[in-house]
Design a protein around this ligand. Structure first.
Ligand SMILES: N[C@@H](CCC(=O)N[C@@H](CS)C(=O)NCC(=O)O)C(=O)O
Length: 315
């Protein structure tokens, strides 16, 4: 039974970004519930929680809603610091690595995986992703580029191998930084996991010259963690309605746009799915912005977004 303290992940099984969070939850051995959300719009029970943010995953704890894996991981680390994934040597670096795993490497995964699926990609999916990105989701172009993108993909995987080789000399080599799994591993895991789900033969071929990366991937996959409960989207709304957002000091500091608590602002991702979520600014610092929103279905909510990769403007 989910309650105001439960971690509720709004996700779908095939989502690679959700796998980052599922892995972090397994590594931390946390209890969690899940709501399976649609792969394409509409997502009618998610919108009241997020105010329009549509991407996957979204984490909910009571009436606090965390949009984007960067802020989800930051919050999990803050609320559940043991065992920590923020290892010495990861601070800041993990999110820099995420810029690479979520950017160029993810784009290579998209081209390889959808290029391979070709005609099997459903028309509604293509339409949805075109609407989300404002750009053509051109399967033919992906098919044509797939052989070159496979090379790209493997080149990126081999950087993990180099890293693990380097670590080995220092007596480690089990994880990307040192002997324990941390946030750098969580980010790097995503594309490898997605390829494993989608094109295991291609991944096996890449692994032929990447023994350490293969062992690293298997090692991370062995963490079992706790099985989540599946709850309905209606139940998640009920949890939000029954809860109050966690108390947070209304503060802003050194804001270059001089935002002050209480102002009406809007927040949107700077890449795709650029829906502006509107609300009253509660808190802003260099890595987080919190908006207070009131929705008919869930009453008062706090929506949390990262700063890097999210635009904030005064309404
Ligand atoms: N920066 C976001 C990216 C999330 C993302 O792009 N997720 C994909 C699914 S894995 C997505 O939202 N696809 C569209 C959708 O699910 O509606 C994050 O780190 O959470």
């Amino acid at each position: 039974m989910a309650d105001a303290r439960s971690i509720i992940l709004h996700e779908y099984p095939a989502s690679p970004y959700s796998e980052k969070i599922r892995l972090a939850l397994r590594l931390k051995n946390l209890a969690w519930s899940r709501v399976e959300i649609p792969v394409i719009m509409p997502k009618p029970d998610l919108m009241p929680l997020t105010g329009g943010y549509r991407r996957t995953p979204v984490m909910q704890i009571g009436a606090d809603i965390f949009c984007d894996t960067a802020i989800i991981l930051r919050e999990l680390e803050a609320r559940f610091p043991i065992p920590t994934l923020k290892l010495p040597g990861h601070e800041g670096l993990a999110q820099m690595v995420a810029g690479w795993t979520d950017g160029r490497w993810f784009q290579a995964s998209v081209a390889v995986i959808f290029g391979e699926m070709g005609d099997k990609v459903p028309a509604e999916f293509i339409k949805d992703r075109e609407q989300m990105s404002g750009q053509p989701f051109n399967i033919e172009a992906m098919q044509a580029a797939a052989p070159m993108m496979r090379d790209q993909w493997r080149a990126r995987l081999m950087l993990l191998e180099e890293r693990l080789q380097g670590g080995k000399g220092a007596g480690a080599g089990l994880y990307l930084i040192g002997t324990k799994p941390g946030l750098v591993d969580v980010h790097a895991f995503m594309n490898v996991w997605w390829m494993h789900q989608s094109l295991p033969d291609f991944l096996a071929k890449c692994f032929e010259s990447a023994d350490l990366t293969k062992a690293w991937f298997e090692r991370l996959r062995e963490f079992e963690g706790q099985e989540p409960d599946t709850i309905t989207s209606q139940e998640a709304l009920r949890v939000a309605r029954a809860a109050a957002p966690r108390l947070v000091a209304a503060t802003t500091r050194n804001e270059s746009q001089q935002f002050a608590p209480g102002e009406m602002v809007a927040v949107a991702p700077d890449d795709y799915g650029r829906v502006w979520v509107e609300g009253e600014l509660v808190h802003a610092d260099s890595q987080r912005v919190i908006l207070q929103r009131i929705s008919d279905e869930a009453e008062t909510l706090h929506a949390h977004f990262p700063r890097a990769g999210y635009l904030v403007r005064r309404l």
